[in-house]
Design a protein around this ligand. Structure first.
Ligand code: PTJ
Length: 260
């Protein structure tokens, strides 16, 4: 782990890097995950390493959609397991959605390491990929799913996703929710809801939104997700990156992160 002091302006960013490196060393995260993380860091830097209003809007719609879903499933890859395993386990309990391991870079050893890591983080049952159930419209390793999980889900939460599976899941008629710091990615554009924020900030925010909506009735939940406009949220994120930061005018939600 880094010996950078807490007073360092990039402390949180460096701690998050440590978590990804530890994930690779533990066999949980792919080495490709380091590259994906670096790309995420670049976008986070451009966003000021803080949660914007558009991310809060998307997180609230996500909470509503997950709570209203008939069969929600939370998909876990190597980066998500390294960064937010405990938060994903808590989300699984609070929205009653199973956790399912699903990775892009094929490795049975890594799938089992992710499963162990989730259990060490408090998970009960963890659904694993099978050859028995496969997604349509996709050829990568992500097509292998669990017959009682992603295969039959109506809503799939897929943080840090690659575009192919997101498109395949949408073609199969499922709602897809993602967390992606890049508002221009195929995943961001294809998903039903995109939370443009660092997953380490987005998960605590999402858990708080779920707690807040826990007592909402079905009509309120339905209204929140039906009234959500992903294209508008992505346009606000792109504007923030280009310097037309809407939060500067309307007041920011949260200021956590290393700062530049
Ligand atoms: O464990 P595996 O084999 O499933 O692999 C997982 C990765 C993430 C390596 C794989 O899905 C992949 O290659 O993803 P991509 O296509 O690089 O896309 C990852 C997206 O997540 C990119 O748009 C990044 O900007 C974004 N991203 C990276 N780190 C974060 C992030 N978004 C939010 N929070 C982050 N910490």
């Amino acid at each position: 782990m880094t010996d950078v002091p807490e007073s360092h302006p990039r402390y949180l960013s460096l701690r998050t890097r440590d978590a990804i490196v530890a994930g690779v060393e533990a066999g949980v995260t792919s080495v490709h995950g380091l590259i994906a993380h670096g790309r995420g860091e670049a976008f986070d830097y451009l966003l000021g390493e803080r949660t914007h209003t558009f991310a809060k809007t998307a997180a609230r719609a996500t909470a509503a959609m997950l709570l209203a879903a008939r069969r929600p499933v939370l998909s876990i890859n190597g980066n998500v397991a390294a960064l937010v395993a405990e938060e994903m386990v808590r989300l699984s309990t609070s929205v009653e959605a199973p956790l399912e391991v699903n990775i892009f870079h094929a490795s049975g050893d890594r799938e089992r390491a992710i499963e162990r890591h989730l259990r060490d983080s408090g998970a009960g049952e963890v659904l694993m990929p099978t050859a028995a159930a496969q997604l349509d419209y996709i050829d990568s390793n992500r097509r292998f799913v669990h017959p009682d999980g992603i295969h039959v889900a109506d809503v799939v939460f897929v943080p840090l996703e690659d575009g192919d599976r997101c498109q395949a899941l949408r073609k199969m008629g499922k709602e897809v929710i993602t967390v992606d710091l890049n508002p221009l990615s195929r995943t961001a554009e294809t998903a039903s809801i995109t939370i443009v924020d660092n997953v380490v900030r987005a998960l605590p925010l999402l858990l708080a939104e779920v707690a807040d909506l826990r007592t909402a009735d079905a009509r309120e939940l339905q209204g929140l997700s039906a009234g959500y406009d992903n294209a508008a949220v992505l346009a606000e994120a792109v504007a923030a990156i280009r310097g037309g930061d809407t939060d500067v005018k309307s007041g920011s939600v949260e200021t956590e992160g290393g700062g530049a």
